[in-house]
Design a protein around this ligand. Structure first.
Ligand code: NAI
Length: 328
């Protein structure tokens, strides 16, 4: 069997594709670019294609369907970049490759610690041999209350990770988890969370209902000096309101692995480009805001899992076996 792999990265995926391709008896066609109408012909003779987060709209899926592709798997958890309904209309099966929650959960805790300890300022100083102390005094987690919004796979792991630090913990989710309650972490209303949390960390998906859940109004109801960490989706926070909160000192710091309108920026080298995301430029410039480029997931375990499981899903599909990675 043959699988055409798009968005192939030789620097970290090569060895894994070689290993799992051989183990599973899959011949691979490797293409470093995102799938498009020009390179779709590479999939001729492959029943399956394996992609990343590039857009797969109806027109493009039709091109692949015409080449005989019947299965589209993405090496990501999210599959909102694929028009699943259109794929189904063309008789194609869509699949994803979920990886474990620990990578993002570790990263969220790291951003929390970096934010409360003013790590961005500290690193900037040591880089220029400025070894002074003024302005870099941190706070201790044991004295703080952390509010976790979204207690699914990642949020729960963050709660578990934080339980060793002796901080107060609060949770909020539309659906409360017994496991969280049994661990002694109370669910509270958002109102109560704004009032009581010193640090707020976001782990909910972005939906129409929670778009800009952190906005001027909600920030005004938060504690003075509140710190906000976002490893979920940029659209959960109104960037303008966040900037105003930082400028006025209402917000004491932020750790942002995701920002609004990051699509098309992240994962490309833009160092010589003038970018059109002003909010990102402003946020990056603050000494108390740590920004990273949507990479909380990016660990050795995650890359191994998505390469292996996306290929295993292809194999299940071609052999007509039960496929746990299929998107229903
Ligand atoms: P999950 O589906 O296991 O958990 C999400 C939780 O959020 C669920 O408990 C759900 O009930 C809750 N939720 C949904 N709408 C809500 C709302 N309006 N308010 C509060 N809670 C709400 O998802 P998982 O795996 O824990 O991932 C969480 C989010 O993390 C993803 O949706 C994604 O946006 C983000 N993510 C970020 C990555 C990164 O590299 N920065 C990588 C992977 C995921």
């Amino acid at each position: 069997m043959k699988v055409t792999v798009y968005n192939y990265r030789s620097f970290d995926e090569k060895e894994l594709f070689e290993r799992y391709g051989e183990e599973l008896g899959i011949e691979l066609v490797l293409c470093p670019d995102a799938p498009n109408t020009e390179n779709a012909a590479l999939a001729k003779g492959s029943e399956c294609i394996d992609i990343l987060t590039s857009k797969m709209p109806e027109e493009l899926l039709k091109v692949f369907a015409d080449y005989g592709v019947k299965y589209v798997t993405t090496r990501t958890i999210g599959y909102d970049h694929i028009d699943v309904k259109a794929a189904q209309k063309f008789g194609m099966t869509v699949a994803n490759a979920p990886y474990g929650p620990c990578g993002v959960a570790d990263y969220a805790v790291m951003l929390i610690l970096m934010t409360i300890r003013k790590m961005k300022r500290i690193m900037e100083r040591t880089n220029i041999q400025d070894y002074t102390l003024m302005g870099i005094q941190g706070r201790e987690l044991k004295d703080l209350t952390v509010g976790v919004i979204g207690t699914g796979r990642i949020g729960k792991t963050v709660l578990k990770n934080l339980s060793g630090f002796g901080c107060g913990l609060l949770a909020y989710d539309l659906y409360e988890s017994d496991e969280v309650k049994e661990s002694g972490v109370p669910y509270v209303s958002l109102e109560e969370m704004w009032k009581k949390a010193d640090v707020i960390t976001l782990h909910a998906p972005l939906t129409d209902e929670n778009y800009h859940m952190i906005n001027g109004d909600t920030i005004a109801r938060m504690k003075d000096g509140v710190m906000i960490v976002n490893t979920a989706r940029g659209g959960l926070i109104d960037s303008e309101a966040l900037i105003r909160g930082i400028e006025t000192g209402k917000i004491g710091g932020a750790g942002l692995d995701v920002v609004e309108n990051e699509f098309g920026l992240y994962y490309y080298d833009h160092k010589s480009d003038i970018l059109n995301n002003r909010e990102l430029a402003i946020l990056r410039g603050f000494p108390n805001v740590t920004v990273s480029h949507h990479m909380a997931f990016y660990t050795d375990d995650c890359v191994k899992t998505v390469v292996r499981d996306s290929l295993m899903g292809c194999k299940c599909f071609v052999e007509g076996r039960e496929n746990p990675w299929e998107v229903k």
